[in-house]
Design a protein around this ligand. Structure first.
Ligand code: PMV
Length: 329
């Protein structure tokens, strides 16, 4: 493992428990921070350059004004690293600092899989650079900076990813009204199944947009039902009713299929998990590949993991974390 020096900060990955895509249409969503984190280290440079390196992606380079000088990873490195440059620049502007910054990122979060890796990385970078420059950034400011970086990645994100990476916990999120913490009763034992299929959130958001324009009288009520499922799930979480929660996950997955964001790779994993005894299973995030989540009784965790792996997925169990973006050293 590469050791990170300088000021080190981290932020968690997320899963969307309920309401992905529908949240873009101003329906509520439930999102949970999980115990997989992105880490960023920040240092001052003698020159005025911004250097960004992603250890896991093998990409690095220098930003000099609008120019990018690639060190590793070809020109694809620019598109991947630029959101982080945007986050760093925002803080440099705030502090009127005229120095250069080096940032290195390391992460245990699968990329482009719907686990909010880009937002977690942006929140960890903003937190590390803020502390490096003696700026006591509030959570709200870390969220704002991460959101700007996310806009570069996804165009018009709902903001759900940077919110949960910044604050941690389980949140009821509403695009226009903000968020509130949900007091969860007991554990939420979850297994993630990764299809390994990479996809673009922007393309899948466009898929839903297209079908909702084509069949507005059908899709609008469907989106409203999605909102009702989310609100019922809040009650199930507060009372610790896992059976109810599992059923609601299955119904939510059905709606996501209806708007066109599931695919064969996801269906294979969802059905394998259900057949192995999961209380419920659904895709999480944008769909079109990426990950599923399965709610399991703790004693059935192993068999659900095995079932997902037998049909070609990569499976691991995850836990809720209440720790949002934080300084590590
Ligand atoms: O990027 P993902 O896979 O975590 O999906 C984001 C969730 C969406 O609702 C599909 C888009 C959004 O901005 O909320």
């Amino acid at each position: 493992m590469v050791q990170l020096l300088g000021v080190v900060a981290s932020a968690p990955a997320k899963i969307i428990l309920f309401g992905e895509h529908f949240v873009v249409y101003v329906e509520p969503a439930i999102v949970m921070a999980i115990d997989k984190r992105a880490y960023a280290s920040a240092d001052i440079r003698e020159d005025k350059l911004i250097y960004v390196k992603s250890v896991d992606l093998g990409m690095s380079g220098f930003f000099e004004g609008e120019d990018f000088h690639e060190e590793c990873g070809g020109q694809a490195a620019r598109r991947t690293l630029e959101p982080l440059k945007i986050a760093i620049q925002k803080i440099l502007e705030r502090t009127k600092t005229n120095a250069g910054i080096s940032v290195k990122v390391r992460s245990t979060i699968p990329v482009a899989a719907g686990l909010g890796s880009s937002a977690a990385v942006a929140a960890s970078v903003a937190t590390a650079v803020g502390r490096l420059l003696d700026l006591e950034l509030s959570k709200e400011e870390i969220f704002r900076i991460s959101y700007e970086a996310e806009r570069f990645v996804h165009g018009t994100p709902s903001g759900v990813d940077p919110t949960v990476s910044t604050y941690g916990g389980v949140l009821l999120y509403h695009k226009n009204k903000g968020f509130s913490q949900i007091e969860v009763k007991g554990e939420i034992p979850l297994v993630i199944g990764d299809t390994g299929v990479k996809r673009s959130t922007g393309d899948l958001v466009a898929t839903v947009h297209k079908i909702s324009k084509k069949h507005p009288s059908i899709i609008k009520p469907l989106l409203k039902i999605g909102g009702k499922i989310t609100l019922s799930a809040v009650k199930a979480l507060e009372t610790g009713d896992l059976h109810e929660l599992g059923e609601l996950m299955n119904i939510n997955h059905g709606l996501l299929c209806a708007v066109g964001v599931s695919d064969v790779s996801l269906e294979r994993l969802v059905h394998a998990a259900r057949e192995a005894g999961a209380l419920g299973a659904k895709l999480t995030g944008a769909g079109g590949g990426g990950c599923i989540i399965a709610l399991v009784e703790p004693n059935k965790c192993g068999q659900v993991v095995d079932a997902i792996e037998r049909v070609g997925g990569k499976a691991f169990d995850v836990k809720l974390t209440n720790q949002g973006a934080r300084i590590e050293n």
